[in-house]
Ligand binder design. Structure first.
Ligand code: TXA
Ligand code: MG
Length: 310
């Protein structure tokens, strides 16, 4: 995707005026606003119908700017060096004196931070005097957006602008790791946990379904297309959409392929757009064939499990 300077200027203009806009990232699209402005951040919560208690991720392009707001540590340094910019979010302790709006964190003492890789959003961040708070660009509990049109479908005229950066390359949200104490994975996502473990040279606790929810991505119903999703299905019901990962001999109009040859990266990239398509066609339910629980397949299964809790 070519960088379009006038679109970038437009995006900056709206953000400078404390408005919310849609932004592309390599994971999913974000609903962005100035993280230092409470007026701007409040708009995100209203637009998304998001509970005020659910904190936002703040996006930076420069480490020096992050250091003004957060306390970093050794584990962070190792992971930052290897994976940033990229699909990983860190939970860090906030500095006593920081400029982040208290509405971002719901007065928590920690902050979720991420360095997105998408060229357009990196450039945009470099042109701003503040980092941007950006949750996934969807109404709370629904399907995330993976292109500019999805964002427009979610929010319509309620947002002033969507910066179009093409289709999100990864298609699943970032992996969240808490580093404020000993490392803990809070959300599976675009970066495989095994790769993180290799860098930190140890097994990391995975705490994605805690009894006390600390990240609503951990809540039972999430990422939902709004119709029942049935998992590990061999034979779908008549008239049910059937989500598949390997090519069938027979043709059926109800077959929707995430990939035709079990390529799980490709499946991840297509997941939300396929679910959105099925929902928009008016199906009453979705059957999903078994997806191998390996590599990025674990993140796909995590999303589908939560989507099936309707
Ligand atoms: O890939 C992504 O991470 C995308 C793109 C736009 O960057 N963003 C995204 O944001 O997925 P959101 O708001 O949909 O999910 C952020 C998750 C939420 O589950 C939230 O509860 C958790 O991060 N979170 C934020 N701050 C936290 C904190 N201080 N401690 C624990 N969890 C936190
Ligand atoms: Mg989300």
């Amino acid at each position: 995707m070519k960088l379009n300077q006038s679109n970038m200027k437009k995006a900056k203009k709206y953000l400078d005026k404390n408005q919310c806009i849609g932004i592309p990232t390599e994971t999913v699209y974000g609903l962005a606003a100035n993280a230092y402005s409470s007026a701007a951040v409040k708009k995100i919560f209203n637009l998304k119908k998001r509970p005020k208690s659910n904190p936002l991720i703040v996006h930076y392009s420069k480490l020096s700017n992050l250091k003004k707001d957060c306390i970093i540590n050794n584990n962070f340094n190792k992971l930052y060096k290897k994976f940033c910019p990229g699909p990983i979010t860190f939970i860090l302790k906030l500095k006593k004196k920081n400029k982040i709006s208290r509405f971002v964190t719901n007065k928590k003492k920690t902050l979720a931070v991420r360095f997105p890789k998408h060229r357009m959003v990196k450039n945009l961040l470099n042109s701003l005097d503040y980092p941007i708070a950006a949750p996934s660009a969807n109404i709370s509990t629904g399907l995330s957006s993976v292109n500019a049109k999805d964002v427009k479908d979610e929010f319509g005229k309620k947002i002033s602008y969507v910066l179009d950066g093409g289709r999100s390359n990864i298609g699943l949200e970032s992996t969240i790791i808490s580093l404020s104490n000993s490392p803990k994975i809070l959300r599976l996502g675009g970066l495989e946990v095994s790769k993180i473990e290799k860098v930190l040279k140890k097994k990391i606790i995975i705490n994605i379904n805690p009894s006390k929810k600390i990240a609503p991505g951990q809540s039972n119903l999430h990422y939902s297309p709004g119709i029942p999703v049935r998992l590990k299905i061999n034979i779908p019901k008549k008239d049910e959409a059937y989500l598949l990962i390997k090519k069938r001999k027979k043709y059926s109009a109800h077959y929707y392929y995430l990939t035709k040859n079990k390529n799980l990266k490709e499946a991840a990239k297509n997941l939300y757009s396929c679910l959105r398509k099925i929902k928009n066609k008016g199906y009453k339910s979705i059957a999903v064939e078994k997806i191998p629980n390996v590599g990025i397949g674990k993140s796909i299964n995590d999303r589908l499990n939560r989507a099936s809790k309707l």
